[in-house]
Structures are given as structure tokens and as C-alpha cells.
Ligand binder design. Structure first.
Ligand code: URA
Ligand code: SF4
Length: 203
């Protein structure tokens, strides 16, 4: 097991027992994260929904299926070359937005995941993640697809896949952002294998 892998396992073990905010009372599973420890790109969502809570893995419901399709279109795969986590690791009741104090209490886990992984690019899925990670006043409808640089790491907000399910008209714009991500990865990522493609199809 690589040293990174070992660090991740220790971190996961501690996180799975966390009772630091009220969300621990209603969760089924802590949803720590999924991916590979050599990921150069990290995706951050808002928090687990019902399916995620039941299965203990992020983005496994309808929105997750769409996310996987969009990722696959640009040769990304949660089991091969990226890492996916959420701002809060436990499901907010009835899928309400996580409260600011819940986000603040839980973000320590994400910070440690980020510190172990040391990704080159962080993609924030939706307004909640983008507001917490990039800037509080982010306007996701205007600023999606823009790269923000902080301490040598690039951060990009994108539309949340659940929002794309509600409003499929935005799918082409969201897909453009994934193509921009792919271009940036070809430019700055070392060992993420991306085949050359002639054409892309919208998932
Ligand atoms: N939406 C999120 O933000 N995260 C998940 O894990 C699932 C749905
Ligand atoms: Fe702990 Fe985060 Fe779950 Fe709250 S949401 S109990 S801080 S792991």
C-alpha cells in the first residue's frame, strides 16, 4: 500500500466515526469519498443524498449517473483517475442545504483529503461547494467554467448535475466546461492518461 493510500485509510477510519455535528444523528453512512490516491483532479459536491447515504458512496443516484457519463466523455473515471468527495459527509435531512455551521464543522475532513491528495485541479459541483471553496459570492450561472487560481491550484465551478437534470437546456454549457477541464488537464497533468479524441458526444 502506498503511503498516500495508508494516510487515506487512516483518515477515512476516523471520519467514519465522526459525530462532530448534528447530521450524525440522522445519517445511515458517512460518505467519505471515492477515487484513486494518485488523482490530479478532485471533484467536490455538496453532500450525500438518499442513495449516497444508503450506499456510503458519493454521487450514486440519478445526478451521479449523469456525472459519470459526463466524466466518461472526457476519459475520467472515479475508479481510474479522479477523486470525488462532498463538503459535508453526512446527509442533511430531506436533502436540505447543509447549514453554514455544518459545512464549517465538516470541512476539516475535506481539507485533510485535499492535503493528502494534493490535486492540481479542483472542480466544484454546484453553488454550495463553489461558494464554500472558491468564494462566498460566486455566481455559478455566470462563472461556471472559469478557472480560479489559489496557491498554485486551479479551481473551477461547474453546474451541479442535479441542476442539469432539472434544466437539461444547460447540458451543452456544462459539457463545454468539461471540455475546458480536459484541455487544462492535457496542459498541466502529468500522469492522467487521456487518449486523443477527434470528436465528443454530449452524454
Ligand atoms: N449531490 C451531491 O452534491 N453529492 C452527492 O454525493 C450526491 C448528490
Ligand atoms: Fe462529522 Fe461531517 Fe458527518 Fe458532521 S457531517 S457528523 S462533521 S462527518
Amino acid at each position: 500500500m502506498s503511503q498516500k493510500n495508508e494516510e487515506f485509510e487512516k483518515l477515512r477510519e476516523r471520519c467514519l466515526h465522526c459525530t462532530d455535528c448534528g447530521l450524525c444523528e440522522t445519517r445511515t453512512n458517512v460518505v467519505f469519498g471515492v477515487g484513486v490516491d494518485h488523482a490530479e483532479v478532485m471533484f467536490i459536491g455538496e453532500g450525500p443524498g438518499e442513495n449516497e447515504d444508503l450506499q456510503g458512496e458519493p454521487f450514486v443516484g440519478r445526478a451521479g449517473k449523469l456525472l459519470d457519463k459526463m466524466l466518461a466523455a472526457v476519459d475520467l473515471d472515479r475508479h481510474k483517475n479522479i477523486y470525488i468527495a462532498n463538503i459535508v459527509k453526512c446527509r442533511p435531512p430531506k436533502n436540505r442545504d447543509p447549514l453554514p455551521q455544518e459545512q464549517e464543522m465538516c470541512i476539516k475532513w475535506l481539507r485533510q483529503q485535499f492535503a493528502v491528495l494534493r490535486p492540481k485541479i479542483v472542480v466544484c459541483l454546484g453553488r454550495i461547494a463553489a461558494a464554500k471553496i472558491i468564494k462566498p459570492d460566486i455566481k455559478i450561472t455566470k462563472e461556471h467554467g472559469v478557472f480560479f487560481e489559489k496557491n498554485g491550484v486551479l479551481f473551477m465551478p461547474v453546474l451541479h448535475p442535479a441542476a442539469l437534470l432539472r434544466n437539461p437546456n444547460n447540458k451543452p454549457a456544462a459539457f463545454e466546461d468539461f471540455l475546458r477541464l480536459r484541455e487544462k488537464m492535457l496542459e498541466i497533468c502529468d500522469h492522467t492518461v487521456l487518449p486523443e479524441h477527434e470528436e465528443f458526444e454530449l452524454p
